[in-house]
Design a protein. Structure first.
Lengths: 408, 408
């Protein structure tokens, strides 16, 4: 049904943009690499017969008309940005699967009732500004100008990066879709876990997504000379932070599915012979169960406070992002199962530990996701991999799912 | 005897170069700030009647002839570079005290047998290249071209930085002094500790210096997605490093005087939602007793290895610098006590937890140091402070010490 070779060649071609010496991919939002990726996908959208535009926040959109141009649209897509030194499938597979499904519909001369739009969302990962899902927030109408004040590691605000990319931040509300105008959103994505691999299945039907809470810890101690300050007189921000990291590991391990990750970690002033006076780090905490996540968060905060008090350190904890777990639409799940059945594919329910753009759309429309098997469960890493066959299976399931969702 | 006001004004004027918004000072080696500082001190050397030159490694030298121009020279000085966001006294006090002593000798029309040279050494702190005491190593003839391959955080080698500063790395051997050509080296420096403050005394006589060992730890794990990798399947380099930091604190605290500091700490790839795959950090370990320091080092290395093995992490430990503790010349100590007595100052013996340029000169000539009281023992920090009276006391003790040492 879908053209496996075409899909694979496009994935590989896209993977050349932002490729690092390590083999990993770095395509941060509003950079030349992200721009080049969108330009390339735009070409393929045109090849697929779609009407292409970009909205006020830079979301790349390719539209295929339905019989009823005024009907609520079916959206399908993903994102093209990556984390630092990430992989080739996280994001691109969803966008290119949707392009492939559209191209196949045109090749087969299929007509749908509803229009279908393929979308490549701007900045899903949040790797640059520690604030992700910018494009889907704008589409949902929840993105605020205040949030665009967030800065990257060079101090550049999202606002400024948008302007440099030719966008007008004052117009972000124009990217918002009205309630009722979107019938459904469906996304193909690699699983980034090992459940499908262990089950020996190419695709899975997502039941829900764990909500990521992002906290930023700032610990202030006293910078001082490494040679002349006795251990007993120190207020070493780094040693305090290290103790908190042990607590995070300990408390998350008590729960079955909670995961906690400190990914950004900076030490100041950063001299070999200076006791650190300040440490800043982020915590990414997730669970599919909101109560469990909150309990772990509270235990970490409480012990972090105790550690800092005992060491004479000041502690500040800011919430960078707090997203509740999301449940996928049961109707869409059933449609995906039917699509799998039509293709002779066995599929099982899976949960997502990762966040995805659909979380931002939860109040706009029903959402659903199709997972594709990941090799060794690895992602956000150059070794991220899904086979050509599995990628094509995901696109084929999406094709049938979209056909059904676009039928009134 | 010395001009307290002049010395203080010069300290304050020099403190304007490299001043940060925080009030701290950043003057890294081979930068415009360090150049400006040397140019200013050069002017004051000329005012003090010294013949000024810079040697092949950029050491700034002001010479005052003795009756016997061929006699072994007495050296006195310190350095002008600083750590990141450091203080105004660490280094400058020693260089400017020596300039002040020379200017007073000229004003008093005093003649000495031996020539005296004031020296401002290049890059004592090692803040830029994690490799310090470059000027004193060159003077001692121990600096090698290999060592100049060390790089700063931008990847610039010492070699390249020297060339950009107009120096020829191939000629560093020309900065070396021959055995017998230097009669003694004396340095005034702030204590950077609280012993003198607690004793209520302005100056102290240094008996020895703790040797700094600098190690670089590299821990390699597996970068992976923060949301989809269960805690039990992680090889998180940062959590392993945090556990090693706890060991460092625990093992150093077992000893009376050992201090261990992790000052530089970098986490890769550094995304909020990526499990760290690599961590690099430095350890600065010191004790005045060489055996104690070595025992602590071995215990830390052993436990770090066990932690990494248990977590499936690779560990590499490199020695960046390994300096044995140094004992100051008893003859110079006695000369300093006599100088204090002549000034009516009570002085006590002190040890240095910090490293200083004299450590590099140990095999070239007898070395000695005069410590000046530090407020709250703080240094390598904007709050670093010694009073105008105490600074002048240090310069006066240096004056008398140099007079005696320069007499055959």
């Amino acid at each position: 049904m879908v053209n496996q070779e075409r899909l694979w060649q496009r994935l590989m071609a896209l993977g050349e943009i932002g490729k690092q010496p390590s083999g990993g991919i770095t395509r941060l939002s509003f950079t030349a690499e992200e721009r080049a990726a969108k330009n390339l996908v735009r070409q393929w959208m045109i090849e697929a017969g779609l009407a292409v535009r970009e909205d006020a926040v830079g979301n790349l959109i390719g539209r295929r008309e339905g019989r009823d141009a005024g009907a609520a649209v079916v959206l399908a897509g993903s994102h093209l940005d990556s984390v630092l030194n990430g992989g080739n499938f996280d994001g691109p597979l969803g966008a290119l699967s949707a392009v492939e499904a559209m191209q196949c519909m045109n090749e087969a001369g299929v007509q749908t009732d509803r229009p279908i739009e393929v979308i490549a969302f701007t900045d899903e990962e949040g790797a640059r500004f520690r604030f992700g899902m910018i494009g889907s927030r704008a589409l949902a109408g929840t993105l605020t100008l205040d949030e665009l004040e967030a800065t990257d590691s060079d101090g550049v605000r999202i606002l400024d990066a948008m302007r440099q990319a030719g966008l007008n931040p004052a117009k972000i509300s124009e990217a918002a879709r009205s309630k009722g105008s979107v019938h459904a959103y469906v996304e193909v994505h690699i699983e980034q876990g090992k459940v499908l691999e262990q089950a020996g299945l190419p695709v899975g039907v997502v039941t829900g997504l764990a909500g990521p809470l992002w906290l930023k810890f700032t610990i202030i101690g006293q910078a001082s000379h490494a040679g002349t300050t006795p251990m007993s007189m120190r207020h070493d921000a780094l040693v305090g932070a290290a103790e908190i990291l042990q607590v995070i590991e300990h408390e998350t391990r008590k729960e079955e599915r909670t995961v906690g990750t400190v990914g950004q970690f900076s030490v100041f002033p950063g001299g070999v012979n200076i006791i650190p006076g300040r440490v800043e780090f982020t915590l990414d905490l997730r669970d599919v169960d909101a109560d469990t996540r909150q309990n772990v968060e509270l235990r970490i905060r409480q012990q972090a406070r105790q550690i800092c008090d005992a060491r004479g350190l000041a502690l500040d904890v800011q919430v960078l992002q707090d997203i509740d777990p999301v449940h996928c639409s049961v109707d869409i799940q059933n449609t995906v199962y039917e699509a799998c059945a039509a293709l002779g594919l066995k599929a099982i329910p899976v949960v997502s530990g990762a966040g995805h753009d659909c979380m931002q759309l939860r109040d706009l429309c029903p959402v659903g996701m199709i997972f594709v098997r990941s090799k060794d469960g690895v992602s956000h890493h150059p070794d991220e991999w899904s086979s050509p066959e599995d990628c094509a299976a995901g696109a084929a399931v999406l094709y049938h799912t979209l056909l059904k969702l676009a039928t009134v």
